[in-house]
Design a protein around this ligand. Structure first.
Ligand code: FIX
Ligand code: ZN
Length: 418
């Protein structure tokens, strides 16, 4: 508690900040959700929440059955096993378990009934279109940015066949295979009419840029993005670095797009767990520093997976204004770490970052991810405004509103459009 301000002032600032943080709508800038026109690609409901890979990873710690036997089960049976292991046989204390209960509670269901079939029945009765609006209203999310991969056959065919876009859903051009599995995607590029060579000879780099431009015209992305292993280096004598220099960065510059890097994921640490088998490593962020420094005419968004890298990331952002830090990604999206990261970011880079994205894969999750994050962002902001108040600096309601809107999407909008 701040010593030099009256209790009444402390209460007034706390109430004002909380009211504004709780009511301000958010732009969710990275998710794995889809425009409703993508049909079954937009996941929702209790079974998809329960088979979320965060919970699968936790549940496998309790299961004795072979991995393959689990994957052979129907989604409902998998969900029931996870429910039994994580909610019935043990108390659901982890962040991802608590998330499911927050969702049920905020939708008005009695989470304490512990009866999965009757919870499932309720979800099956929801009208999908109304349900999307309901989740977005409860979460106070006004816009959702998708992750759109031209290398995902299901998704790509949907884009090619055309549909009317829901303007609440914006897009991001995801290019992991292009940068990380160049040799395996060459046949696809050639089949689609791009004149590319494995050794990058001839018109390869122009053609990769043409491929990216064609997709940008198709999906109108807000930014291009990739997730990278902890071993990421730049500049380096490898395919990834060469593609970044000669295709991705010129494409991004030419199209006014920021390039988002999500650094630190070790894919397939335990492949038997499928999506739940990805792990983490501590990267050197020198590559990011070099990218920002060598390419001042490109803009970069960055989030890093390891808790230990967060301080280094903030310091790089202090040096390079072409870098925007965002989100508490995946294993950092737990209350204790969100709190530490948000406080550190405010301390080091002030109001020029985006504290959170949901990374939701199942629509309903936006409710818990944003409820839980808002609670922490609120706590840290209250502390920060109280610190200001001690100095005699009185933030007005308009200023606090402006700040919260900045953190909940406007800082990001300003960065990508400047
Ligand atoms: O690469 C990503 O965008 C990650 O967020 C995902 O790969 C990951 O599976 C996830 O859902 C994390 O929250
Ligand atoms: Zn993601």
């Amino acid at each position: 508690m701040s010593p030099n301000i009256s209790e009444a002032k402390r209460e007034a600032i706390t109430a004002l900040v909380s009211r504004l943080v709780l009511k301000t709508e958010v732009y969710d800038i990275h998710t794995h959700l889809y425009d409703p026109a993508f049909g079954e690609l937009l996941l929702y409901g209790i079974d998809d929440q329960l088979v979320y890979h965060y919970l699968v990873a936790e549940a496998f710690r309790h299961f004795d059955i072979p991995y393959d036997d689990f994957w052979k089960l129907s989604k409902e049976d998998q969900a029931q096993m996870i429910w039994n292991a994580l909610f019935i046989d043990n108390s659901p204390l982890s962040e991802a378990c608590r998330g499911v209960l927050t969702v049920l509670n905020r939708l008005g269901l009695d989470a304490n009934q512990r009866d999965l079939p009757s919870i499932r029945k309720w979800f099956n009765e929801q009208d999908p279109d109304e349900y999307i609006t309901r989740c977005m209203d409860i979460a106070k999310v006004s816009k959702i940015c998708m992750t759109n991969s031209p290398f995902d056959k299901l998704e790509a065919s949907k884009w090619k066949s055309g549909f009317e876009r829901d303007e609440r859903f914006t897009s991001a051009l995801r290019i992991d295979p292009l940068l990380l599995e160049w040799d395996t995607i060459i046949p696809q590029l050639i089949a689609e009419g791009y004149d590319v060579q494995p050794d990058f000879s001839g018109k390869t780099m122009e053609e990769v840029q043409r491929f990216l431009r064609d997709w940008a015209n198709e999906i109108n992305p807000l930014y291009a993005m990739v997730s990278l292993p902890p071993t990421f280096e730049y500049p380096a004598n490898n395919q990834c670095s060469k593609l970044i220099d000669e295709a991705i960065l010129p494409f991004c510059r030419g199209n006014g797009l920021a390039f988002a890097l999500m650094i630190g994921v070790k894919r397939g640490v335990n492949t038997a767990m499928e999506l739940a088998g990805d792990g983490i490593g501590k990267p050197s962020l020198i590559g990011l520093e070099n990218l920002c420094s060598d390419n001042p005419n490109n803009k970069f968004l960055c989030t890093v997976l390891s808790k230990e890298s967060q301080h280094e990331l903030c310091v790089i952002a202090r040096k390079f204004r072409n870098l925007h830090v965002f989100g508490c990604w995946w294993f950092t999206n737990i209350p204790s770490v969100i709190e530490e990261m948000t406080r550190m970011r405010l301390d080091l880079i002030g109001m020029s970052f985006t504290p959170q994205h949901s990374d939701a894969r199942v629509l309903d999750q936006i409710i818990y991810k944003w409820d839980h994050s808002r609670e922490i962002i609120n706590k840290v902001l209250v502390e920060k405004y109280l610190n200001l108040s001690v100095t005699g600096w009185e933030p007005s309601a308009e200023e606090i509103q402006r700040d919260v809107e900045g953190l909940f999407g406007e800082n990001f909008n300003r960065f990508i459009t400047r």
